[in-house]
Design a protein around this ligand. Structure first.
Ligand code: ADP
Length: 585
């Protein structure tokens, strides 16, 4: 029986051989004959031959037959399935071809024809210019002629989809009401008068001429002074849609301008992407961190940006992916940057720079009280009845917990307070009481204070002068200290003085030497005195040379023994002839 089962599954055995085998009557002969006809390993065959006892030999053969039958069955099953699949595919292909012909006969009411019709409808709605519509129609025609399942059809679908989604003619109505715009600007932001004024001027011009003109605004200032958030308010006050493109880390022109659609997975660049998001052709587009753009061998993104920002060219902006012109001339561009040093010159020439300097402690206080705290309260599900932060506590946070030009970490600290307060309020749920944050319990909310402001000396001293410095976090004061002692004319500079500051110090010394008599200083000081100049760390100004006048004054004071008024702070570069140069910025 096993042999028969094996035979039914194995089509390779020829029927005559089977018949011959079946006619053998002696068990041992039958076993040997069958075994010799099997396509099995030589070792197994040998094993059967070696087995002398007939029943044992038959048993072995049966085991092998069962195994082989199983393998054959599996094999047949797979073959069957493969065949079925192929037949199915052929059937589908056949049916589809038939359907195509039927559709052609019927005048194509369904399938791809319908899809193309939908696309054409969408194109019409999008209001694209004629040449764009024409190009899309060409592509769609190409798609229609393609055999079913051609991957390129998807590329075309994608492409036409993009074209349909762009706001070719959709636009929003600008709000030209000056007083309304001013109200919105004032509502969201404290101070920032210069930039608000600039926006109103822009509006006025637009109202007079009916056209959008003037260079692109570039808001420059340290982080957290509200560049991004004022741009959003501007959009709102003008009634424009708002889109933001972050340019930080963009190194490749294709990121701005897209990849050609012949590349797999090609996409339009960020500009076109943003236009799709904007849903109107006259939005406010913010280029955030334009100073963080860099270039490498992939091409310079700045050159693409040049074209975008150029009023003469941007009505015909060409994205590599779209391959058709897109009109950007109705877009209001605003850029932001932390510093102008790294903004490419030609770009800078096209922009009008508005500087937002850091805030003073007083400004920060008002911003915090009016905007940041209410915003954070709302964000944490609180209101000003549940949590009160006293004015002096706000001032203490500004002075002792933050050190920055903007108000970002101040906003974060307010967030911290709100979080802690929410927890405290929930912990004693039975009697919901009002929480008060004052200078006394501020440390419960924010931990030990981080900064102290006692940098400046409190009395007039000899050889100690207060300087003004521009640092990463805005402005700061620093005290320059000079000691002179009997010695052999050595000059020592300590603290974190860069090369430029060392040169300032040398210039100061040489000025004092040449004017020693006038200043009432022993002319031989450079021979029999050692001078030590120290600028405390932590207050290293970014602009080295401007410490010149401070160092010179401290030197003169130390050498002449006259005190310096500690309430006067100074800054400026000093020349060899004792001229103090104008302060930049
Ligand atoms: P930037 O873009 O300059 O780094 P952001 O716009 O991100 O700064 O501002 C940080 C936060 O500070 C925002 O929540 C913003 O609303 C707030 N802010 C900054 N300046 C002001 C201001 N003058 N009035 C109100 N809020 C401000």
């Amino acid at each position: 029986t096993e042999f028969q089962a094996f035979c039914t599954n194995n089509q390779k055995l020829n029927p005559e051989a089977i018949f011959a085998l079946e006619s053998i009557e002696k068990p041992d002969e039958f076993t040997d004959a069958v075994a010799s006809n099997l396509q099995i390993k030589l070792k197994d065959k040998q094993d059967i031959l070696n087995t002398f006892s007939v029943p044992e030999r038959m048993e072995k053969l049966i085991l092998i037959l069962v195994r082989e039958t199983e393998i054959l069955e599996l094999d047949n099953e797979i073959n069957r399935k493969v065949k079925e699949n192929i037949e199915q595919n052929q059937k589908e292909y056949f049916l589809r071809e038939q359907m195509k012909i039927i559709q052609e006969e019927l005048g194509d009411k369904d399938g791809i024809g319908l899809e193309i019709k939908e696309y054409k409808e969408r194109l019409r709605k999008a209001g694209a210019p004629d040449d764009v519509v024409e190009k899309c129609e060409q592509e769609l025609e190409r798609m229609q002629k393609m055999p079913y399942g051609n991957p390129e059809a998807n590329v075309i679908r994608n492409y036409v989809g993009w074209i349909c989604d762009l706001p070719w003619s959709a636009s929003t109505e600008d709000r030209l009401d000056l007083s309304e715009a001013k109200k919105i600007l004032d509502r969201d932001h404290y101070g920032l008068e210069k930039i608000k004024e600039r926006i109103l001027e822009y509006l006025a011009v637009k109202k007079m001429t009916g056209t959008l003109s003037g260079p692109i605004l570039c808001l420059v200032g340290p982080p957290g002074v509200g560049k991004t958030s004022i741009a959003r308010s501007i959009a709102e006050s003008l009634g424009k849609n708002y889109v933001r493109i972050s340019l930080g880390g963009v190194r490749d022109e294709a990121e701005i301008r897209g990849h050609r659609k012949t590349y797999i997975g090609a996409m339009p660049g960020r500009i076109i992407n943003a236009m799709k998001q904007a849903k109107s052709n006259n939005p406010l587009m913010l280029f955030d961190e334009i100073d963080k753009m860099s270039s490498d061998f992939h091409g310079d993104p700045a050159s693409a940006m040049l074209e975008v920002l150029d009023g003469e060219q941007n009505s015909k902006f060409r994205d590599h992916y779209l391959e058709v012109d897109f009109d950007l001339s109705k877009v209001l561009f605003i850029a932001t940057a932390n510093t102008l040093e790294t903004v490419p010159r030609p770009l800078l020439d096209r922009m009008e720079v508005v500087e937002l300097s850091g805030y003073t402690a007083e400004e920060k206080f008002h911003i915090c009280k009016r905007h940041l705290l209410p915003k954070q309260l709302k964000k944490h599900g609180l209101n000003n009845k549940m949590l009160k932060v006293s004015d002096s506590a706000i001032r203490a946070v500004i002075d002792n917990y933050t050190k920055e030009a903007g108000v970002r970490s101040l906003e974060r600290k307010m967030g911290n307070i709100c979080r802690k307060a929410a927890l405290k309020l929930l912990e004693n749920e039975e009697k919901p009481e009002q929480l008060k944050v004052t200078t006394k319990n501020l440390e419960d909310f924010l931990g030990k204070r981080i900064f102290s402001t006692e940098m400046v000396s409190k009395k007039n001293e000899i050889g100690v002068v207060t300087g003004l410095a521009w640092t990463q976090v805005g402005g700061d004061t620093l005290s320059v200290e000079v000691n002179v002692m009997k010695g052999s004319g050595k000059l020592e500079l300590t603290g974190q003085l860069g090369d430029v500051m060392q040169e300032s110090a040398k210039a100061a010394i040489s000025y004092i030497r040449s004017n020693a008599k006038k200043l009432g200083i022993n002319e031989m000081f450079y021979k029999d005195m050692d001078i030590h100049i120290h600028v405390p760390e932590g207050a290293t100004p970014k602009d080295g040379p401007s410490a010149g006048i401070t160092i010179a004054t401290a030197l003169a004071s130390a050498l002449s023994g006259r005190r310096v008024n500690h309430e006067v702070a100074m800054t400026g570069e000093i020349t060899l002839r004792g001229r103090v140069l104008p302060i930049g910025g």
